[in-house]
Design a protein around this ligand. Structure first.
Ligand SMILES: *[C@@H]1O[C@H](CO)[C@@H](O)[C@H](O)[C@H]1NC(C)=O
Ligand SMILES: *[C@@H]1O[C@H](CO)[C@@H](O)[C@H](O)[C@H]1NC(C)=O
Ligand SMILES: *[C@@H]1O[C@H](CO)[C@@H](O)[C@H](O)[C@H]1NC(C)=O
Length: 543
């Protein structure tokens, strides 16, 4: 749990006043468009760009809002031209980038270019050569991109530290300054260019805050290729603590879509698309459109889900509740006063699932299924349906009646009995948590009130988990705690990260557990036999 604390030193610089969203006239809603990378990697040829851009039109995707056509890595030359300007690889693009921009504009699409805020771009050329990066050339390159007619810039982060450090997830410099420099260079061109920061979530861009620097910022390492459900799980956990930073003009970018690509089932693609849409991530299609299945295409063309993404309020869904290894519930507001709820089935089989309306704050509401378009009428208390393996339920809820909010009696972790290495940790003047729970360490709270009847109780955990990751692990961007009531077997509870640092609380993680006795006679033991749990601040037990 100490591993990542050094990061704080570099992310605390205040780049701009908090709350000043980038006002560059574009990117007010999440970007929608196409980028070939997840299917074609860095080797996309001019002919492929032409074919796939025409497919965006022939498949009618442009009419649904997919208006940006972006190039990715692999287009640059390895040396600048005689005037020092960035230029292209004539093998890949014999007609050149300006001609491609014209081709794309003539189709009625906007054109996006790609560069890198480091010494070199990411992709491997062979030998000692590298494709060009923009570091130190920002003013010139921004002017060149504007001159070519670029409407969008995806700005990567390879070789950001120096010419030998390829990818650095813990760089010894502030990465944000590179993005500020390019933001200002783009502004100086006078051309509105959507600025897409792609530094993979390094140094927690949502908290720079990147909303003052870019129209979107990647929150995580790449989604692929290859696509996988494990990658989705890693990224979904990573957005938990930063959903509040999405707003008009600036959005969390969960990376380009894998809809249409191998590695995800059709149901997983559906869940991926709906979640990305509702979290207000850019929706950038990234598959070979010449080979897309009717099923994948219909996922991308769901106008009800697209409308959630493009909703004028621009607010992300937020994490509400995790039923560990079973399902997640997320929800958020829409401009018309309604609520969108997204339920993810973590189970690997088709199953009956009951969505409790109280998990999104309602006792009743009128629901529409946004995947199918079916009206479900008025739902009271809960709704039970069948969900496919890794499938999702996506509901628009109107006329919601508020459910009574539970009240909790709180038990501070520092008042518990600590054993096996568990120890208090001072976070700041007002917050001390108990760390080193798990891997032998235990925290036991005693005298817990089971009320008049005991039985099953709703618990609310306030914890800190800064154990973020750029690669898939056993619990990517989460930690497990096992919660035992009155010495009973510990129940696994999986807690997503609360930040990329160890000083920000997640408040009110809810879990319902049986086994309480009446009166102030209960114990709750937190442990994990094989790994560290989060650090705990307090546990609430519903009165
Ligand atoms: C590049 O930066 C890395 C740290 O990010 C450092 O280990 C390495 O020595 C640096 N190389 C040069 C040539 O400065
Ligand atoms: C894209 O799909 C077409 C049609 O199946 C195929 O001919 C082509 O090779 C594919 N391109 C790539 C890069 O996979
Ligand atoms: C202490 O940390 C908590 C959790 O991040 C935060 O809510 C609180 O504002 C902090 N208090 C002070 C005095 O810094």
């Amino acid at each position: 749990m100490l591993l990542w604390r050094t990061l704080e030193i570099f992310v605390s610089l205040s780049l701009l006043p908090v709350g000043s969203a980038l006002q560059n006239g574009v990117g007010v809603k999440p970007a929608m468009g196409y980028n070939p990378y997840n299917a074609f990697l860095c080797a996309t040829t001019e002919a492929q760009y032409h074919t796939v851009a025409q497919s965006v039109i022939s498949l009618g995707l442009n009419t649904l809002g997919y208006n940006y056509f972006n190039i990715d890595c692999g287009w640059q030359a390895t040396v600048r031209d005689s005037a020092g300007k960035i230029t292209w690889d004539t093998t890949i693009l014999p007609s050149g980038v300006p001609a491609l921009a014209t081709f794309v504009h003539n189709l009625g699409l906007k054109f996006g270019v790609y560069s890198d805020g480091g010494v070199f771009a990411c992709d491997f050329v062979g030998g000692t050569a590298h494709y060009l990066g923009s570091l130190g050339h920002e003013t010139s390159d921004a002017a060149t991109f504007a001159g070519w007619g670029a409407d969008y810039l995806k700005y990567d982060n390879c070789y950001a530290v120096n010419s030998t450090d390829f990818v650095d997830f813990n760089p010894p410099i502030s990465i944000g300054t590179h993005y500020v420099t390019m933001r200002d260079a783009l502004a100086a061109t006078g051309r509105p260019i959507l600025f897409s920061a792609c530094e993979w979530g390094v140094q927690d861009p949502a908290r720079w805050p990147a909303s003052a620097v870019a129209n979107s910022w990647r929150i995580s390492n790449d989604i692929g290729p290859p696509a996988s459900w494990d990658n989705l799980f890693r990224i979904i956990n990573q957005v938990v603590p930063i959903t509040q930073f999405a707003g008009p003009g600036g959005f969390n970018d969960l990376d380009m879509l894998e809809v249409g690509n191998s590695g995800l089932t059709a149901d997983e693609q559906q869940t991926h698309f709906a979640f990305w849409a509702a979290v207000k991530s850019p929706l950038i299609i990234s598959t070979n459109l010449s080979a897309i299945s009717a099923q994948s295409l219909s996922i991308l063309k769901n106008t009800r889900i697209i409308a959630v993404n493009q909703d004028a309020l621009g607010k992300s869904i937020a994490f509400k509740r995790r039923y560990t290894n079973d399902h997640d519930v997320w929800s958020g507001p829409l401009a018309d006063g309604s609520t969108v709820a997204v339920v993810i089935n973590w189970q690997t089989t088709s199953r009956s699932l009951t969505f409790n309306l109280a998990d999104v704050g309602f006792s009743s509401a009128t629901a529409t299924d946004l995947i199918t378009g079916a009206s479900l009428g008025k739902l009271t208390t809960s709704f039970t349906t069948t969900l496919a393996a890794h499938g999702a339920l996506v509901l628009k809820l109107t006329g919601g009646v508020a459910a009574p909010a539970p009240t909790f009696t709180f038990y501070p972790a520092t008042a518990g009995t600590l054993a096996g290495g568990a120890a208090p940790r001072v976070v700041n003047a007002s917050v001390t948590v108990v760390g080193f729970v798990g891997s032998g360490g235990t925290l036991t709270l005693s005298g817990v009130d089971g009320g008049a009847a005991g039985g099953t109780k709703l618990l609310a955990f306030d914890y800190i988990n800064g154990d973020f990751t750029f690669t898939n692990t056993a619990c990517s961007n989460c930690r497990n705690v096992f919660v035992g009531v009155n010495g009973g077997a510990g129940v696994q509870v999986q807690m997503p990260i609360s930040a990329q640092t160890w000083d920000i609380l997640f408040s009110g993680y809810l879990v319902e557990l049986p086994g309480f006795k009446p009166g102030k006679t209960n114990t709750i033991t937190l442990s994990n036999p094989s790994a560290f749990a989060p650090d705990f601040y307090r546990v609430g037990v519903a009165v």
